[in-house]
Design a protein around this ligand. Structure first.
Ligand SMILES: Cc1cc2nc3c(=O)[nH]c(=O)nc-3n(C[C@H](O)[C@H](O)[C@H](O)COP(=O)(O)OP(=O)(O)OC[C@H]3O[C@@H](n4cnc5c(N)ncnc54)[C@H](O)[C@@H]3O)c2cc1C
Length: 568
């Protein structure tokens, strides 16, 4: 079997009985697609990992016991990552061992140092489905990072930038796993030949064999998601934005019997799709990728009957009688009895021409969830001082040789949660440069980012540093410039709701506005777009569900009004 290029699952444990139980479960379930390798000591496992690297073999998963002679399991797995950056790593623990207090601390510490992804409870019977659930979760994460997950869409383009980059962004925003191939690479040429498709590039090749040549965003939308049925454009509630707030409103709206439509200028997930690992969302102890969370929420809303229209910008809102009308970028309108604005915020641009020209060719806005696995052994920079930038730096540190976090403030604590500051301090390949800004950059002959110009300190001294990747997370502005003047905006252009509307004195009705209602009756706002929002996934999700509750209250109040008018 050796030498055959199938990915490896490696287990290491000094206890021969425990190791043989793990081996039995791995071989029984995975030996058709993976090669199972077992080592009885840390030294043997490290030698095996180095030999596999030398032979160019891919390691998908390393499972290690908690302690070895001379080192902990966490340390061993941290070293394994240095050799096989893409390998998932799990710490094997005994069922019930969390009672000793020590194990929980060890797991927390190993996760904080990014030595492990998570822990795995040793198999206790055969088959042990709990053990296999952990293993298959690891393997799915590995497959996503290696772009070998099922249904990966492949884009073939002449260059990283331009239309191919736009299509990558569209697919990224639709939470569709995708990989990019240069047209003059051997893989790119082979795929073009296999599909038989000609010019014009870029090509988009789906796993079911469908091929689109240089599609528009809308064509891509109908291939990956949904568009609106032109004959059915009347809904109870229209939600603008399919980020966490909009998806939550869609789940609650559709599950509570409202005819629900969600429109998004892109696809599902909003900003959350660029978050590599959300660690602080309730119910996901090992963290959850923003893309995965959005996909599950989308599926949940969809099975409840919510309709989705991707690649549709909401352009205007007007009222006519008791209905609200939202104009869309396809030239049509949808009508609803209530509208929820859940259209979040978009990344602020750096505005430096030489850097903007390299977007897609080494320069990326937003989190590196999709790009991080491609930065193995590279030197990359993250600009930003908030939690999103901290998360990005840690995600990149799993793959890149060196990550520099470029922060304008004079301390990390000013903008970042304590747990992230702690993780960054504990990660040796993340360097933090405070009081520093990126002010320029340049590319090499291949058109990819090669260097950055950083300006630091009070004297504004500049320095040119080599860089293979730049990830920009410098804040976000609300998507509110398209809204009618009757929707009152607060500081920074965020939408005022509830008490803020009343305080502003622009409320047209006798009743008070509902807590998330804007100054346009029947139009609600939820999530990051709202003035005073908390900028968290959990709060966006909470506000989405509250907005639906308020839509019910509004509809009930309107019904009461109509009954009273009829009685008079
Ligand atoms: C890199 C990164 C990491 C993060 N990590 C975390 C974390 O670990 N924990 C946490 O709690 N929070 C995290 N956040 C914050 C969290 O993602 C946001 O608070 C959350 O996504 C806000 O949700 P939302 O639905 O209000 O808006 P958004 O997520 O911004 O979604 C808005 C949606 O509206 C669409 N839209 C905009 N304008 C229009 C229009 N005119 N017509 C149609 N559609 C439109 C957009 O395409 C988008 O899909 C992170 C954010 C980033 C960027």
């Amino acid at each position: 079997m050796r030498g055959v290029s199938v990915p490896v699952l490696l287990a290491v444990d000094e206890d021969p009985r425990a190791l043989s139980e793990v081996e039995r479960e791995l071989v029984d379930r995975y030996s058709r697609s993976y090669r199972v390798v077992c080592s009885s000591s840390a030294e043997e496992a490290m030698a095996e990992l180095r030999a596999l690297r030398g032979a160019g073999e891919d390691v998908a998963l390393v499972l290690a016991a908690q302690s070895f002679e001379g080192m902990s399991g966490g340390e061993l797995l941290g070293r394994a990552r240095e050799i096989h950056a893409h390998a998932q790593r799990g710490l094997l623990i005994d069922w019930g061992s969390w009672g000793d207090g020590h194990t929980a601390e060890e797991i927390f510490d190993a996760m904080a140092r990014r030595h492990i992804e998570y822990y795995v409870i040793r198999p206790s019977q055969t088959p042990d489905e709990l053990f296999h659930q952990s293993v298959s979760t690891f393997l799915l994460e590995w497959a996503n990072a290696r772009r070998v997950s099922p249904h990966t869409v492949r884009i073939v383009g002449e260059s990283w930038i331009g239309r191919a980059q736009e299509l990558k962004e569209v697919l990224g925003r639709c939470a569709v796993p995708h990989a990019f191939l240069l047209a003059d690479s051997p893989e790119g040429r082979a795929l073009v030949e296999e599909t038989g498709a000609g010019e014009p590039l870029p090509l988009v090749v789906f796993s079911n064999g469908m091929v689109l040549t240089n599609p528009t965003d809308l064509e891509l939308a109908s291939a990956t998601g949904a568009t609106i049925d032109p004959k059915r454009r009347e809904f109870d509630v229209a939600i603008v934005g399919a980020g966490p707030a909009g998806l939550s409103a869609a789940v609650y709206g559709a599950s509570e019997g409202l005819r629900t439509l969600v429109v998004d200028e892109g696809g599902i997930g909003g900003q959350a799709t660029s978050s590599s690992l959300i660690r602080n969302y309730l119910g996901f102890p090992r963290g959850i990728g923003g893309r995965r969370l959005a996909e599950s929420a989308y599926e949940q809303a969809w099975v409840f009957g919510a309709k989705f229209a991707f690649m549709h910008d909401a352009m205007a809102i007007r009222r006519d009688g008791d209905r609200l009308y939202v104009s869309l970028s396809d030239g049509g309108e949808v009508s609803a009895r209530a509208v929820i604005l859940a259209n979040g915020a978009t990344y602020r641009r750096l505005g430096i021409e030489e850097i903007e020209d390299l977007v897609g060719a080494g320069v990326f806005y937003g989190g590196p969830a999709h790009e991080a696995p491609t930065t193995v052994d590279e030197q990359v920079h993250v600009v930003g001082g908030a939690n999103s930038a901290g998360q990005a730096a840690l995600n990149l540190a799993e793959y890149a040789r060196e990550v520099t976090l470029v922060v304008r403030a004079d301390s990390l604590e000013k903008g970042m949660s304590h747990y992230l500051v702690r993780q960054i301090e504990a990660t040796p390949n993340v360097e933090v440069r405070l009081e520093t800004e990126a002010v320029g950059g340049g590319s090499g002959e291949d058109g990819w980012l090669q260097s950055l110009v950083l300006r630091s300190g009070a004297d504004g001294e500049t320095e040119t540093v080599p860089s293979d990747g730049l990830f920009l997370m410098i804040g976000a502005d609300p998507n509110t410039d398209w809204l009618p003047a009757e929707i009152v905006l607060g500081p920074g252009g965020f939408i005022c709701t509830g008490a803020d509307v009343e305080a502003h004195g622009d409320w047209p009705l006798a009743r008070s506005p509902f807590s998330l209602e804007t100054s346009m009756p029947g139009v609600f706002a939820a999530g990051d777009v709202r003035h005073g929002s908390i900028n968290r996934v959990a709060s966006a999700v909470g506000e989405g569900s509250i907005a639906i509750r308020l839509v019910h209250d509004l509809l009930a109040a309107e019904q009461l009004d109509r009954s009273e008018q009829a009685r008079r």
